[in-house]
Ligand binder design. Sequence first.
Ligand code: ADP
Ligand code: DP6
Length: 325
Amino acid sequence: MKATAKAHTNIALIKYWGKRDESLILPMNSSLSLTLDGFYTTTSVEFRTELTKDQFYLNGEAVVDGQFDRVTGFLNLIRSFAGKDNFFATVNSTNHVPTAAGFASSASGFAALAAAAVKALGLPVDETVLSRLTRQGSGSACRSIYGGFVEWEKGSKADGTDSYAVPIAPADHWDIRVAAVVLSSKAKKVLSREGMKRTVDTSAFYSSWIDGIPHDMDQIKDGIRTKDFEKVGKIAEANCLKMHATTLGANPPFSYWHDTTMAVMHAVRELRENGIPAYFTIDAGPNVKVLYLPENEQILKQSLRDIPGVHDVISSKAGQGISYL
Ligand code: ADP
Ligand code: DP6
């Protein structure tokens, strides 16, 4: 009863930021992402009758802290879905992405875990059911089931049955690239989960964030359909800034940005002034992702690498959804 799955991370162009139900992981707003081929997780799950509890190894090391609790809590959900409550598993996962540094390791991590666990148990689930299950491990992970552009429809039901990801356009629809600008691979101080909760509970700006989502979502989908890079970039960049603005209005206030985060933002604006279309977006961490078109790859990467404090620039194309190894 063993299976191995590979899942890519995704970068949100319209951010998921805030939950309406913490335990089922139901979002306050719909979100939209691009799956990235450059960053991924492979996870193998083996259910073994001789085990009395789960075991979790991440990048070859046994994990026993809160990360273990999250994994075993998620396996409890899969076990109860399968009606196999006394089957424990050995989970071996490798992140080809920095962990907890704002590169969405939780997205590729939980998507790979869900896919491998479901397959190892031989459950006949389709992608919608898989996305719905994955959502309960980490919200953004439900989008990594699919490749290309993906929307997570927030749904409205209290039981979460209508809250899952749907594919908007496949990876080969449009060759749009993302440069991940690595400033720091250190784990962040405020995890996304904690940051979004503080924001929902206390931010003076939270209701404006929610009010702006339907417009941003309509516009970006239109831009993706017509392959209008400027439109998609402008909406994604503004949406990211609005999300980060909510953290400044929280109590206590916080910010994910470092000095170099701002330097990269300025450099991207300067590139645009010089005729190179490029737009930034930032998740819950200091690192910046820059959207660009393939013809500008060389100049864009060189300009970003020249910024003091930038450790690396890793390019990614649109990636595929879940696969089994
Ligand atoms: P990130 O920006 O990396 O997604 P988050 O704070 O959203 O940061 O999530 C990081 C958490 O995701 C980790 O602390 C861990 O609990 C979980 N995680 C990361 N990688 C994996 C993995 N491969 N398998 C299971 N859980 C993982
Ligand atoms: C800023 O999906 O990591 O990256 O559901 O609590 O696990 P949990 O949060 P998570 O949050 C992602 C937040 C974000 C925006 C996004 O990816 O949409």
